[in-house]
Design a protein around this ligand. Structure first.
Ligand code: ADP
Length: 737
């Protein structure tokens, strides 16, 4: 333990007080003594002042000299004494000031040697450190290595002090004499002798406590934030997984729904092309209408997830607007007619019809709007009006307006009507059904195509849903034949039932889908073989030449992608590695197309398979029947026929067309106008396929008469038609010989 040299805390007075007047008294004393000496000397010399004479001169001089020798030193001593007293007093005052400061300062002050012992300290520091006596304090805090302060901290403190000559705000945690723990901030200045330092201690326990509390809160907050962030990250991951699962689910559902729908659409198409009486035709048309609407709903469901993922792509291809609109009206004419609602189309006369854009998406918007209009209108009309808002040589801005005389929409619902899953009210939903997706998707699509969409509506009077779209204009000539993409016109000839060149391989394991594809291929006149998985495809391609493979995407054992990869693989020995492969898939998600093409497939068809799309795709990849030749035969109108020289096709035509002629006869006898329309239509298709114009034209007239139910006129025409057909058969027979 170090030594204490206490001082000022019990301080006594050091300076003896000497009155200021003592010097004056000394001088006065000396002067009086001088006067007495003067009188004595005068007595000895004969008395003053009468006998003061020459004899007194010596004693007087001595006296004066004596006076000078005594009074002067007295004066000097007095002066010096007065000065010494003043200095002592100043020192005393300074000492007192320092002492007062030392004692009364609100902070602990101490002087301490570097080796650890204390020179001095004030009472405050004892109070601060809860020590009852100075000895207590000294006992606790003298030793550098004592247990009340961390030795390392003290070492650090001394190091700083020696290095810098001072230490500022050195925070130290220590145990007080009474055992409590407190924080102090130390300030220290090293004395010039470097033997001791003056120190100041400020109790900062409260500040530290507040800091600790703050730290605690901060840490708590940080851990809360961390927890929440982790929870959020988990939630985001879960949401992403859920979203992914939803997309997967939608894709799978779409597949699951499209597969049976494929059968419905395919079989209905076949049914409508067969011999049906009027009632059967109605039924089939109802099924057809319903499956078209169902397909639209599935597309909407798929599209909403694609839009959410930002994966929806807009195409740009040439299309014929009239053709697109006609196909859409085909869908709704039946539903509207059943409700007694008139379906009207108004195309402005100056409208360009040969456009470029995304006809599929455009159709989807129109189908959504027209579908709603028909759905929410119980009487009156639904009208589609298309006009040009602006146009130049290469561009046109078109306005599409679908107006109905239906139930209308309340003003407060109008603002939200384009949001997903929004329906005007629950009673409407109960009565009319719906998903609340159609308008949301239409809006997204219009925006993706750079357009605007809106609605005006009056409850009880009707609504007008409109959209404005910028589209491209095609060069003057429409590009028929080059345009075989979805929604684009397909040459009539391709749809015609008949015989086409090319031997195909159909790979499809689902029996229903297989049947649909088979019936379409038969209708289109292609010959083909059927296999049911990728292994069988490879086997077939090793054994014989095929002109094209129609390959299902998902098959058991080996799917379409895998099989394609092997066909294209140079190490694998198929007869024709470059054979065109067209994928058939029910998934119809954006990525699938890329997958197919990346895997080496040549093209892509979605299910439900459409006859038109299949025909167009096959036409694109397969060599067509050779061009028709002019045979110089003239019929009774004098028109040259451009008859095909494909013998198989001609043969097939002769068989089928005579069937149609016979069916027409029967329908005319039975007064069945719908039957007349149907069989005449069939005959027209077949006749056009071989280039028999005369029969095709007469057939078309007959079809119109059937539509207009002008049966008397039709009977007269039948004669003409039958004889034209007869002469055609003769020409064909002659040519064959
Ligand atoms: P859905 O028709 O499948 O419910 P939509 O998004 O197409 O979904 O339409 C949302 C809602 O807007 C409908 O439920 C209906 O309440 C209202 N609506 C849309 N079109 C019309 C219309 N032409 N007339 C009256 N209400 C309409």
């Amino acid at each position: 333990m170090g030594q204490k040299s206490p001082r000022s805390n019990n301080k006594s007075e050091h300076i003896v007080k000497i009155p200021h007047s003592s010097g004056v008294r000394l001088v006065a004393g000396v002067v009086i003594i001088n006067f007495v000496v003067y009188l004595l000397v005068g007595q000895m010399a004969g008395g003053y002042p009468a006998h003061w004479g020459k004899e007194a001169a010596v004693p007087s001089m001595l006296l004066i000299l004596f006076s000078l020798l005594t009074v002067l030193p007295a004066l000097i001593i007095t002066r010096q004494r007065t000065y010494g007293l003043a200095v002592t007093e100043a020192l005393r005052l300074s000492e007192k000031k320092y002492h007062d400061l030392f004692v009364n300062a609100p902070i602990g002050i101490f002087q301490r040697r570097l080796e650890g012992s204390y020179i001095d300290f004030n009472n405050v520091i004892m109070e601060q450190f809860q020590c009852r006596t100075p000895e207590d304090f000294v006992a606790h805090y003298s030793d550098v290595a004592n247990r009340w302060v961390e030795p390392e901290e003290l070492r650090q403190f001394n190091k700083l002090l020696l290095e810098n000559g001072a230490v500022r705000d050195f925070n130290l945690k220590t145990q007080l004499c009474d055992g409590t723990i407190k924080w102090f901030s130390l300030y220290a200045i090293l004395d010039s002798t470097k033997l001791y330092f003056n120190g100041f201690a400020v109790d900062i326990t409260e500040r530290k406590r507040a800091e600790e509390e703050l730290n605690h809160y901060r840490e708590h907050l940080e851990s809360l934030v961390k927890d929440r962030t982790a929870e959020l990250a988990l939630a985001v991951t879960a949401a992403e997984a859920a979203n992914q699962a939803k997309s997967e689910f939608l894709a799978n559902m779409s597949h699951e729904m499209r597969t049976p729908l494929n059968a419905v659409v395919g079989m209905t198409t076949m049914l409508l092309r067969s011999d049906l009486d009027a009632t059967q035709r109605r039924y089939a048309e109802t099924v057809n209408y319903a499956s078209d609407i169902l397909l639209l709903q599935i597309d909407n469901l798929l599209d909403i997830s694609r839009i959410e993922e930002g994966k929806l792509e807009i195409e740009s291809s040439p299309f014929d607007l009239a053709d697109t609109v006609a196909k859409i009206f085909d869908i709704f004419s039946f539903g509207a007619e059943q409700k007694g609602v008139t379906l009207e189309l108004q195309l402005d006369p100056d409208l360009s019809l040969n456009l470029t854009g995304d006809p599929g998406r455009l159709s989807q918007i129109m189908v959504n709007l027209l579908g709603n209009a028909v759905k929410f209108t119980d009487q009156g009309f639904v009208r589609l009006h298309i006009s040009a808002e602006a146009a130049d040589e290469h561009h046109a801005v078109l306005r599409f307006a679908v107006t109905d005389s239906g139930i209308g929409i309340a003003p407060d619902k109008l603002a939200h009507i384009f949001e997903p899953f929004t329906q005007a009210d629950s009673s409407t939903t109960r009565k009319y059904g719906g998903t609340g997706l159609g308008l949301a998707i239409s809006k997204k699509l219009v925006h993706l195509m750079g357009g605007e969409i809106g609605v005006d509506s009056v409850v009880g009077t009707g609504s007008t849903f409109w959209f404005v779209l910028p589209l491209g204009k095609q060069p003057a000539e429409p590009l028929y034949g080059q345009v075989n993409r979805a929604g684009a016109p397909v040459p009539e000839l391709l749809l015609t039932e008949g015989k086409h060149r090319g031997h195909l391989l159909l790979a499809e394991d689902d029996p229903v889908n297989q049947q649909v594809a088979v019936s379409y291929l038969e209708r289109l006149g292609y010959s083909f073989d059927i296999v049911e998985n990728g292994h069988e495809v490879l086997q077939a391609l090793t054994e014989r030449d095929y002109d094209l493979v129609l390959m299902d995407f998902m098959m058991s054992e080996m799917g379409g992608l895998e099989a394609t990869a092997m066909i294209r693989d140079p190490l694998f020995q198929v007869r024709n590695r470059t054979v065109p492969i067209v994928a058939l898939t029910a998934r119809a998600t954006v990525g699938d197309r890329e997958y197919c093409l990346a895997a080496g497939m040549s093209d892509y068809l979605t299910k439900p398979l459409r006859l038109e799309a299949l025909a167009a795709t096959l036409a694109k990849w397969l060599p067509q029947a050779p061009p028709a030749v002019t045979i110089g035969a003239a019929d009774d109108t004098g028109t040259s026929e451009q008859l095909s020289d494909d013998r198989e096709l001609i043969e097939l035509f002769c068989q089928e067309a005579s069937g149609y002629i016979a069916a027409l006869e029967r329908c005319l006898t039975e007064d069945d106008a719908a039957g007349v329309e149907h069989h005449a239509h069939k005959l027209v298709g077949a006749a056009r396929a071989i280039g028999a114009r005369r029969v095709a034209d007469l057939g078309a007239e007959m079809e119109q008469l059937g539509i207009r139910r002008e049966m008397a006129e039709a009977r007269q025409r039948q004669q003409q038609l039958a004889s034209a057909f007869q002469s055609l058969v003769e020409i064909l027979t002659l040519r064959a010989e």
